[in-house]
Design a protein around this ligand. Structure first.
Ligand code: AKG
Ligand code: FE2
Length: 377
């Protein structure tokens, strides 16, 4: 198996993607790197972060362990790639799941449902969904709730899926709590000036996947891309600078953070599979508990109300939520003029049309149309 999936050549990365996406028979996961197991894989090495960049009290207030206790790794062959194995304080992950489900999908943020529903229909995603869930009769087939149909939410500079650009006009305030979390993570990784300006949240159900792509629409690629995962585990594929380059598979578990920077910032990547939870243990252990008694009362990751958590827990038993945070503009940089933008987006579309035969690209189309997404089922 290993020989066929690491094969060099035209379609190495697609083969890897298809290998891990396959349902019947399910793939062998023995080549998937598991950073929660430390240095067991010879490609994995420990990496030093900058503990002095975030004070212990600032880290605690953001719901993070002190930076000196974070387990951070690099991967041979991928300079600039940093994997931080769950640095969250016990109990604080529930907060981020709740934010992604109850708070961030609210207006003025934009979500896939807005592509084919009116603002009044998508104005109360949480309330409408919880109401429908409460009225569900067990055993009876019921319509999906809006939460179950949610595939992506954008924050800050809202990514335009058609033109593959950000713009000054499509902007709303970036959430302060996620801004703080991102600043600390970026600073610890050696990027003290990072500004969280855009976010894409992806909502994966157990049969979803995210096609092969590269995140190049941000104007300043010297700034890292941060990725936070919660809920069910996923297989993440990290490829090369060219779409067909071979790749490396790794698990992302709840609470894991990935930083793509430097030469790894523009690498192709994909999520071919959400990994089924072990029988009898649908919730990942870090989501089983609320905050510790000694969590500071001014910690931004506040305890989630029991009723809210009941709804989140039910959803996250079969789902994964990923938040990517990006800095779009470099210091002093502005967006190109409309004329420049038109020329660039024409190029971008040509570039993507050439690849439209790829099944991954049909995902991108679905994603922007707001149908079953990026995050494809
Ligand atoms: O879900 C993930 O881990 C990756 C998400 C991603 O690549 C993106 O949003 O650009
Ligand atoms: Fe991405």
């Amino acid at each position: 198996m290993a020989a066929s999936i690491v094969e060099h050549g035209e379609d190495a990365f697609r083969k890897l993607f298809k290998f891990y996406k396959r349902r019947k028979p399910p793939p062998d996961f023995s080549d998937v790197i598991d950073f929660s197991k430390g240095l067991r894989n010879e490609k994995v090495f420990s990496t030093e972060l900058s503990p002095a960049a975030v004070s212990e009290s600032d880290a605690r207030l953001a719901g993070l362990q002190p930076v000196r206790d974070w387990k951070a790794f690099g991967l041979q062959g991928y300079p600039g790639f940093i994997f931080i194995s769950n640095p969250f304080l016990p109990g604080t992950q529930q907060y981020w799941v709740k934010q992604c489900m109850k708070v961030y999908p609210q207006k003025p943020n934009v979500c896939n449902l807005d592509m084919h529903m009116s603002a009044s229909e998508t104005g109360h995603i949480w309330e409408d969904s919880t109401q429908l869930m409460r009225s569900k009769v067990s055993g009876k087939r019921e319509p999906k709730t809006l939460l179950e149909k949610l595939r992506w939410v954008t924050l800050g500079y809202h990514y335009n899926w058609d033109t593959k650009t950000y713009s000054a006009e499509q902007h709303t305030p970036f959430p302060a709590d996620l801004h703080t979390l991102s600043n600390h993570v970026a600073a610890a990784c050696g990027f003290p000036g990072f500004t969280a300006e855009a976010g894409i949240l992806n909502y994966y159900r157990s049969d979803s996947s995210l096609g092969i792509h590269v995140d190049e629409s941000e104007l300043d690629h010297s700034r890292p891309l941060l990725s936070f995962s919660f809920g069910q585990s996923a297989v993440f594929l990290l490829g090369g600078a060219r779409r067909e380059d071979p790749g490396t598979a790794m698990f992302m578990h709840s609470g894991d953070i990935m930083v793509m920077s430097g030469p790894s910032r523009l690498l192709y990547h994909a999520v071919p599979r959400i990994v089924a939870a072990p029988a009898g243990a649908p919730l990942p252990p870090p989501l089983l508990q609320g905050p510790d008694q000694d969590t500071p009362t001014d910690c931004l990751a506040q305890r989630v109300q029991e009723g809210d958590w009941a709804v989140c827990a039910r959803y996250i038993q079969t789902s994964r939520i990923n938040m990517t945070v990006r800095q779009v503009l470099g210091p002093g940089q502005t967006f190109p003029s409309v004329t420049q933008r038109r020329a660039e987006s024409a190029n971008a579309q040509t570039y993507h049309e050439v690849e439209s035969e790829e099944d991954e690209d049909s995902n991108a189309k679905k994603r922007r149309n707001g149908s079953d997404s990026s995050v494809k089922s």
